[in-house]
Design a protein around this ligand. Structure first.
Ligand code: PLP
Length: 305
């Protein structure tokens, strides 16, 4: 593995994808490679964290605290980002301490994050009331970054993803959706002539629309569409078809995808092209939001890269 201490936003490229289907449908597709900023740290998380960390420092905090599950890209990214910003980090992890720590947890710890395992009930209480005396009493007066980086600072940072490309070149932008913070940032940074399609990685998360509206402080524009039918069984679920597709895509383009977010998103892009969702002549930018560290939770040999 290359130098794991370096974040390289200068390594990000928009790679043009060539395939017979795309030529046949007269679609131009580029993939924005946020995965290239670091071998394991997820691309969009890095952007979402930027303003939280700046605020923490500006307000004189020495320690940040955040929330996540045992495989969380957000925990992995926050641990490294805090370290690189010279901040201490505390991670509150949902659920009992596992007998064997995931790669994510091990790496967060090796990047200096102090991890605490909380029951789901306590975790939810702390997550929902970050200013509570119980939380402050237990962990001190830390700067709190919400789970998944959801919030105004996250939206602002995510919008900067589009500063990496000549955005006027594209008619359509597609991104995976978890909390919706990233797509909220993309909506803010695009114009009325550009369509945004979000691919939800969760099953039936119908409250997402109102959550994104809360983040944006307005109702969603019609040019934004959220699709719920590419979850492959639910959040972090997968089947043989998805895995075979991800392996095949890697074989064709040497671009690694993760099975939780970007694999489902790219599968959706090709399926939608097939179904003529994008008009002929469309110029699509698919955001590869990273997340490759999460693939380490799969059994050896499932993914062929
Ligand atoms: C967290 C994550 C997302 C979801 O981002 P949100 O801003 O929460 O919607 C998408 N892709 C990857 C790789 C992620 O790690």
């Amino acid at each position: 593995m290359s130098n794991t201490e370096v974040i390289r936003t200068d390594a990000i490229t928009a790679d043009s994808i060539s395939e017979p289907l795309l030529r046949e449908k007269n679609i131009h597709l580029s993939i924005l490679r946020l995965d290239k900023i670091h071998p394991v740290i997820s691309g969009n998380k890095w952007f979402k964290l930027k303003y939280y960390l700046a605020n923490a420092k500006a307000n004189g905090h020495h320690t940040i605290l955040t929330f996540g599950g045992a495989y969380s890209n957000h925990i992995a990214a926050t641990a490294l980002a805090a370290k690189l910003s010279g901040l201490q980090a505390i991670g509150l992890i949902r659920g009992e301490e596992p007998a064997i720590w995931s790669h994510t947890l091990q790496e967060a710890r090796s990047n200096g994050m102090t991890l605490h395992f909380l029951s789901r009930t306590t975790y939810d209480v702390y997550k929902r009331s970050p200013g509570s005396p119980a939380l402050t009493g237990e962990f001190g007066n830390c700067y709190i970054i919400p789970e998944g980086g959801v919030g105004d600072e996250g939206v602002k940072g995510a919008g900067e993803i589009l500063e990496l490309v000549d955005i006027n070149h594209y008619t359509h932008i597609v991104s995976a959706v978890g909390t919706g913070t990233t797509v909220a940032g993309l909506i803010e940074k695009t114009t009325d002539s550009q369509q945004i399609t979000g691919i939800s990685s969760m099953k039936n998360n119908i409250s997402l629309v109102s959550e994104i509206e809360t983040l944006l402080n307005r109702s969603l524009p019609e040019r934004f569409r959220l699709l719920h039918n590419y979850h492959f069984g639910g959040y972090a679920r997968y089947n043989n078809e998805l895995i075979a597709w991800i392996n095949d895509f890697y074989e064709r383009h040497q671009i690694p995808l993760d099975f939780v977010y970007t694999g489902k998103m790219m599968y959706a892009v090709f399926d939608l092209v097939k179904k003529d969702y994008f008009p002929s002549g469309s110029k699509i930018l698919a955001v590869h939001s990273g997340g490759l560290q999460g693939n380490r939770s799969l059994p050896e040999g499932v993914l062929q890269f």
